[in-house]
Design a protein around this ligand. Structure first.
Ligand code: GRF
Length: 189
């Protein structure tokens, strides 16, 4: 089972996933794709001898060269870990049910365009939520609307800040994202 990770930013999740599957003999992280040539995610890939691919918005929307690369590497599952560009419909059709995303809130709350990173945590804070969490879901043509695979929650006190919420979310992601990917693969492939 070959996995490609797509990421745009620092890539803490990319690092967690690479570390988690390092010793796994059947599940392999074989490609890290980014639209940002200075993404930390690419450095984690490089440090682990994992193939890296930098794409731009145009090549993603054209999809042809990206799909060719994924096929060449026999990718069976695409994991979006902080990937900020929208996945085009053509791509989704070719990888139906095989693209998943991590979102830092309890969807359907605080999802949609522009809802990423601290924008999400700020909205959670301003809404006086008593809990937040992470959602792992399939990707469809609308931002953050695909079928939910798993959600994990954390309680919020009255003293939270954007930073404290971000930290709670990071902890949930570290604890649960890699293991949820593993469970999904064992169940469905
Ligand atoms: C994560 O919080 C994830 O939920 C969201 O983007 C963030 C990526 O963080 N989709 P990192 O680059 O993995 O540190």
């Amino acid at each position: 089972m070959n996995i490609a990770l797509f990421a745009s930013g620092t890539g803490s999740n990319v690092k967690n996933i690479i570390d988690f599957f390092k010793k796994n003999k059947t599940i392999n992280i074989v490609l890290v794709v980014s639209n940002n040539s200075s993404a930390g995610a690419l450095i984690h890939a490089k440090n682990n001898n994992i193939h890296q691919l930098v794409i731009d918005k145009e090549s993603l929307s054209d999809t042809k060269s990206v799909l060719e690369k994924l096929r060449e590497k026999n990718i069976e599952l695409v994991v979006l870990a902080g990937f900020l560009l929208k996945i085009p419909e053509k791509f989704i059709t070719n990888y139906k049910g095989k693209i998943i995303n991590l979102h830092p809130s309890l969807l359907p709350k605080f999802g949609g365009k522009g809802m990423y990173g601290n924008n999400v945590h700020k909205a959670v804070l301003e809404s006086n939520e008593t809990k937040t969490g992470i959602t792992i879901h399939y990707v469809n043509k609308n931002y953050d609307e695909g079928t939910i695979i798993k959600q994990y929650e954390t309680k919020l006190s009255k003293k939270e800040t954007i930073e404290s919420i971000a930290l709670k979310i990071k902890n949930l992601e570290k604890l649960y994202f890699p293991v949820t990917i593993e469970e999904l693969i064992l169940k469905s492939y």
